[in-house]
Design a protein around this ligand. Structure first.
Ligand code: HEM
Length: 605
């Protein structure tokens, strides 16, 4: 029998076995909960949630409330959660019960080794303890001026494509912003440049990291098999299966892993040699010298060397953080920055107001520091950049309404009861204020549903309205103690503390347990996004640099068939911007915008 036959027969047998077991199982423990009907015998409702699922996700919450029973793959039933109290229990109070799924942890371990997204329990806690200080405000402050040249270079690359007479040109900004985000994270995380902003330079690592998400998404349907394969087959047999399997995406993924692994080992060895004084950094103008040891990897290596034996991470764990951080910080940030420019292009009044605020801040900083030259060239220091009210409101509101990651899963590790802030109606009409959940149940946390919850954000929850983050006089609203004050690790995320009714996303003392204001975009608790301050800083730096020099508009010129490009964002777990038919193919990720140099009247008068 051919390897393909063996594989497909094995997969079919596994699917049938799972289906038969599920069908013959006693009534599902979630049977009393309401939710949508199964829409596909194999995929349940999953394809509706994860493929272009914005409206489907929001309608689920609207119709069934904060806890919904959904049909998952292979006949399984899962719980879809957006209730704030339930999410607080899941990510903060009882996070040891609600852990990452085996599929997530084992899949990540195969790809990234022993990094933060591949570990659980004490090992994960130990890694967070080492890494949290690396992302401190002090380190972000130091990093910002060092990475400003990336935004400047990105600006030069885009500007060089524009007509000097001020007329507009359509540019697909996605590949440029993606290259910029890659350069940001590689320099900041590794203190290493792969020359991502130089289009003439081919680089295997860059190609590999860019191929990682698409290859993994193509293998989505194989992911449920990962725990079984990892438990039952040794590394030798897993590699043999990879060799045999006639699945292109699997071979691509293997290549990606090999390239990432060999590159990061080489950079790691060089960095370790410099940290331990066995090797000299590059010359005075070189990146290593310019970084002054402020990159995340160098800080981590120094902290590790000086830590006690019990706290020290192994080389495998340190190595595992490199690709993890780059992967976690690349696609998400690219998506968020693209979204901001798309919004600015769609709302010229917002763009003008934002540009005026930035000009004012740069001029005033230049004046107080006797900096001469065009205001556009002024790089703002961290504290000023982070405190610009309108910029902050635009970034915050974009991340709230359009969270780059919309859904995350957890497995319940022991029988438990999940309390709800707002009771839901059961199948028999009873109101439930808590749900009994048996061990082994999978939960889907809807970050999207949480960020659009009308109960907490108001009737206009799904509207993009930056003013909600501003006072009547245009200052930043006061946020709760834990929302943006360096709280990094779940402590202090109690949703009932230090909130006021005027804080966006807060009602009768209840808020979502997110690390970033009251939103769930970066999650909360011990597994919250460790890089959220870096992401916020990068987004603000790129936006201020680019809109100081360039004006962005939606495409308006019809193609040869008279069709104008309309950008549409598909919510597929991650957000994918495409151009709708007939001007586009509705599939290829792209953000074509019309760009021109800034003119004197591109400011508020
Ligand atoms: C707008 C950009 C970003 C968004 C929306 C985002 C969102 C998230 C979310 C929702 C999680 C939780 C994932 C889970 O529990 O499964 C997470 C985890 C993580 N993020 Fe981010 N992230 C962003 C940028 C970054 C950046 C720039 C970095 C690195 C510099 C980063 C590094 C990480 C890491 C290492 C984790 C795993 C944390 C852990 O498990 O302890 N992220 N991120």
């Amino acid at each position: 029998m051919s390897p393909l036959r063996v594989l497909s027969s094995g997969a079919l047998a596994y699917i049938l076995w799972k289906l038969i077991r599920r069908l013959s199982a006693p009534t599902s423990p979630l049977a009393g909960l309401r939710g949508p009907k199964k829409e596909h015998w194999l995929k349940g409702n999953y394809h509706r949630l994860f493929q272009d699922g914005l409206h489907y996700n929001l309608e689920l919450v609207e119709e069934y409330g904060g806890a919904v029973k959904i049909n998952a793959l292979l006949g399984a039933q899962q719980l879809y959660i957006s209730d704030p109290l339930a999410l607080y229990h899941i990510v903060v109070k009882e996070q040891h019960i609600y852990t990452e799924t085996d599929m997530f942890i084992m899949g990540n371990r195969l790809i990234f080794g022993e990094g933060l997204i591949s570990t659980l329990g004490e090992q994960h806690k130990k890694q967070r303890k080492m890494l949290n200080p690396v992302f401190s405000l002090a380190n972000m402050r130091d990093l910002l001026p060092i990475i400003q040249p990336i935004a400047d270079k990105l600006c030069v690359m885009l500007k060089s494509q524009l007509p000097a007479d001020g007329s507009a040109k359509e540019i697909n900004i996605l590949p440029w912003l993606s290259r910029g985000a890659l350069e940001y994270i590689c320099q900041a995380a590794l203190g290493h440049s792969f020359g991502a902003l130089d289009p003439t330079r081919e680089n295997e690592y860059l190609k590999a990291i860019q191929m990682l998400a698409p290859s993994s998404i193509r293998l989505l349907m194989l992911r449920p098999f990962i725990p079984f394969i990892v438990r039952k087959f040794s590394l030798y047999w897993r590699n043999r299966v990879m060799d045999w399997a006639p699945i292109e995406a699997l071979k691509n993924l293997r290549h990606v892993i090999e390239v990432m692994d060999s590159t990061s080992k080489k950079i790691f060895a060089d960095k370790k040699a410099i940290t331990e004084g066995r090797s000299e950094p590059d010359g005075p103008g070189g990146l290593v010298a310019r970084m002054k040891g402020k990159d995340i990897m160098s800080i981590m290596l120094r902290a590790n060397t000086s830590s006690s034996d019990v706290d020290r991470l192994t080389d495998a764990e340190l190595l595992g953080q490199m690709n993890t951080i780059i992967f976690a910080g690349f696609e998400t940030t690219t998506s968020a920055i693209c979204r901001i420019f798309w919004i600015l292009a769609s709302k010229p009044d917002v763009q003008l107001r934002l540009r005026s605020e930035i000009r004012e801040a740069k001029r005033s900083y230049a004046k107080s520091h006797a900096i001469v030259g065009p205001w556009e060239d002024v790089g703002l220091p961290y504290d000023i950049l982070m405190s610009l009210p309108y910029l902050d409101a635009v970034v915050r509101e974009t991340l709230r309404v359009h969270p780059p990651t919309s859904l995350l899963s957890r497995t319940v590790r022991k029988d438990t009861v999940l309390p709800l802030y707002k009771p839901i109606k059961s199948v028999c009409g009873e109101m439930l204020s808590a749900i009994a959940i048996p061990e082994g149940t999978t939960l889907i946390m809807s970050l999207l549903g949480a960020n659009h919850n009308k109960e907490l954000w108001g009737e206009d929850a799904s509207e993009w309205r930056p003013e909600r983050w501003l006072t009547a006089t245009g200052e930043r609203v006061r946020l709760s103690k834990d929302s943006n004050s360096g709280m990094e690790d779940g402590e202090g995320n109690d949703p009932s503390v230090s909130t006021t009714e005027k804080t966006p996303g807060v009602k009768t003392g209840m808020k979502y347990p997110g690390v970033y204001a009251s939103m769930m975009t970066f999650l909360g608790g011990g597994r919250a996004c460790i890089g959220f301050k870096f992401a916020e800083m990068e987004m603000k730096q790129v936006v201020t640099t680019l809109i100081s020099r360039m004006h962005f508009e939606l495409p308006s010129i019809p193609d040869e068939n008279g069709n104008v490009k309309e950008i549409y964002w598909k919510v597929n777990g991650l957000q994918v911007p495409v151009v709708r038919l007939p001007a586009g193919d509705n599939t290829t990720a792209q953000v074509p915008l019309s760009l021109r140099l800034v003119q004197p009247d591109d400011f508020l008068s």
